[in-house]
Write a protein that binds this ligand. Structure first.
Ligand SMILES: [Fe+2]
Length: 219
């Protein structure tokens, strides 16, 4: 019924009406790509991390496990993942200080890291990472139909005032497609989960890292 097309005077026609998202707030969920994962060379380290798990967290359902509770060995302290972290650290700093606009006299460092796997039907249920400033999920191995991460709209309650075009109780869940080597960076407070892995033969493996303010003195 209404068109937002604007035609400047003296210009007979525009090639196409253009609507531009000019939301001025900082970005929320950011994707990068790391070319250096060779899962065959990482598999041994990943299995070693999982083997050290004493308690499977309640977040991992079905054919799944995570080394999040294994604090004795963590990926960011292992030589197998050193090159990845050399690549990641400056990107994380850029996002925290330049994209998210955090105060640059406060230092953010890796507080913990872990890997998880999902075999057929395995999934991670809804959770958040508390006051983690930046969480990084890196796909070490993502098979076909391996499932993606999903985020819950943080404006759920505000947007709930208005009826959506479709009546789907999951309308506030949005999926971020990915491929092996993709790295998804987001603030730890946003609720997220994964789709189940539907691949019968190949596991999905993800490396997750938290960057936190470690409450040391201001520099
Ligand atoms: Fe998570």
């Amino acid at each position: 019924m209404y068109s937002l097309e604007v035609k400047p005077k003296n210009q007979k026609e525009m090639s196409a009406p253009k609507l531009i998202d000019v939301t001025p707030f900082e970005p929320l969920i950011i994707k990068a790509h790391y070319d250096g994962f060779d899962f065959k060379s990482l598999e041994h380290a990943c299995n070693r991390l999982i083997a050290g798990v004493e308690h499977k967290t309640h977040l991992e359902k079905g054919n799944a496990n995570s080394s999040a509770t294994n604090v004795k060995i963590q990926p960011h302290l292992m030589p197998e993942f050193r090159e990845f972290y050399n690549w990641l650290n400056p990107i994380a700093s850029h996002i925290l200080y330049n994209e998210y606009g955090l105060f640059d006299k406060i230092e953010y460092k890796i507080s913990n890291s872990w890997v998880n796997f999902h075999g057929e039907g395995g999934e991670t249920v809804i959770h958040h990472h508390g006051d983690t400033a930046l969480t990084v999920a890196a796909y070490l191995q993502l098979p076909e139909d391996g499932g993606f991460i999903q985020f819950k709209d943080p404006m759920e309650y505000q947007k709930g005032f208005h009826i959506r075009k479709y009546d789907d109780e999951f309308w506030m869940w949005k999926t971020v497609p990915a491929t092996t080597g993709d790295v998804i960076l987001f603030p730890g407070w946003i609720r997220h989960r994964t789709q189940p892995n539907k691949n019968k033969n190949v596991k999905r493996w993800v490396l997750t890292t938290n960057y936190m303010h470690l409450y040391k003195e201001l520099k």
